[in-house]
Ligand binder design. Structure first.
Ligand code: HSE
Length: 401
């Protein structure tokens, strides 16, 4: 029996215990041995829960027990998760985490430490919930230069955009609905402002380029400014508005950003709705690939954590190399990105054309007293410069090809 410990018995941690129980025998076959949870670390007690006897309140109990080989971290946040995980790796234990904040901030360091200690630090569940994307990038798509990763990597905002689109509702009403359904947190800032997606694309970009990409360097816009009127325009264009996290290889490096985009029906991410996530990958020899599925939630996320446990169980004496050094990658300025831009303004057509030249006008049913138009392709920098010359801009959303 391989002994494991779970740090953090919240939604994901309890899901991990549940998955290990539901699929006990198939997991044991695949892992080559049974997996037994010896400890659950939490501040709380869980009277009546089968794991109550396993609850410990001091992480050192786990670190100091030589029987424990695998530690699961599902606490969230950078501290104290970082201190606990570091201590476990230093004690020669393998770690898997679902914690994107920890991985984005400390991934390179923990990978290096795990290598030094000949253990593994895995984080499949940190991006895309149950969708395999970390292992495919690290172990499968290794023949390719990955030229683009563009994903819908936040279930909460995708649910909200889908609901706004399907029901014509305003942002605040949809947020309340998402909170009532448990899809959005009481404090939804990290999701709706794009911070969660930003950390996820920072992790994916770090894996693709093999260097540290700091999430603070990624230009990030959330969905809070999207309105029911924008959705009407999107419909008139036959497009859908989606929050995309994107990273592209360009001539002089990598450029990454998080922002809402207007996607055409032909785009592979157009039909990704509700809480689902999908990650589109383009490799220089592979061409296109897409990873789609349950990007959040208790059991899907726990599925990815337990898959890491199985992978670790198969490599108890081997460090599986992960190329992600702590050398910082300076991202290319996103303002070099070329896009077409959908703009809504109270300015008249003459003023629009004076600044942007010829544009494609769009009208939306029931929206009056303004002009909606799509610019020609130009860099973000050029758009900013022109937009500064036009009064009355109400909205700008990038238009994907
Ligand atoms: N809040 C996140 C989401 C959870 O909605 O995708 C999974 O990381």
């Amino acid at each position: 029996m391989i002994k494991a410990a779970v740090m953090g018995y919240g939604t994901i941690g309890s899901g991990v215990v549940e998955v290990l129980d539901i699929n006990q025998s198939s997991i044991a076959k695949r892992a080559g041995d049974g997996i037994e949870v010896k400890y659950v670390l939490d501040l709380r007690d869980f009277p009546g829960d089968p794991i109550q006897e396993k609850v410990v309140h001091d992480y050192r109990t786990i670190a100091e027990d030589p029987e424990v080989q695998i530690v699961v971290e599902t606490m969230g946040g950078v501290e104290p998760a970082y201190t606990f995980v570091k201590t476990m790796i230093e004690a020669g234990k393998h770690v898997t985490t679902s914690n994107k904040a920890l991985v984005a901030a400390k991934g390179a360091e923990l990978i290096a430490l795990a290598k030094e200690k000949n253990v593994n630090f895995m984080f499949e569940a940190s991006v895309g919930g149950g969708i395999p994307i970390i292992r495919p990038l690290n172990s499968c798509l290794t023949a390719d230069e990955i030229e683009e990763i563009t994903g819908i990597v936040n279930g909460t905002t995708n649910y909200m955009m889908t609901k706004m689109s399907q029901e014509g509702l305003e942002f605040d009403d949809v947020l309340k609905d998402a909170q009532a359904k448990g899809y959005a947190e009481k404090d939804p800032t990290a999701d709706i402002e794009g911070y969660d997606a930003c950390r996820k694309i920072a992790i994916l970009t770090s894996l693709v380029c093999g260097q540290q990409v700091d999430f603070e360097d990624i230009h990030t816009e959330g969905i809070t400014k999207i309105t029911a009127a924008d959705i009407k325009y999107a419909k008139a264009m036959g497009r859908a508005i989606k929050l995309l996290a994107s990273s592209k290889k360009v001539e002089n490096g990598y450029v990454a950003m998080v922002a809402p985009f207007l996607l055409p029906a032909s785009h592979p991410l157009y039909s990704v709705n509700d809480v689902f996530n999908a990650i589109f990958v383009h490799g220089n020899v592979l061409g296109d690939a897409m990873f789609y599925g349950s990007g959040a939630g208790k059991l899907p996320t726990a599925s990815a954590v337990v898959a890491d446990i199985v992978e670790i169980a198969k490599h108890l004496d081997t460090n599986i190399a992960t190329t992600w050094s702590s050398k910082k990658l300076e991202l290319v300025d996103y303002r070099q990105n070329v896009n077409r831009f959908f703009v809504r303004t109270t300015a008249d057509a003459a003023a629009v054309e004076k600044v942007f030249g010829s544009v494609e006008y769009v009208t939306a049913e029931g929206v009056t007293g303004e002009n909606g138009f799509i610019t020609n392709a130009m860099s973000e920098a050029e758009y900013e410069e022109k937009a500064a010359q036009l009064d009355g801009i109400l909205q700008m959303i990038r238009v994907a090809v």
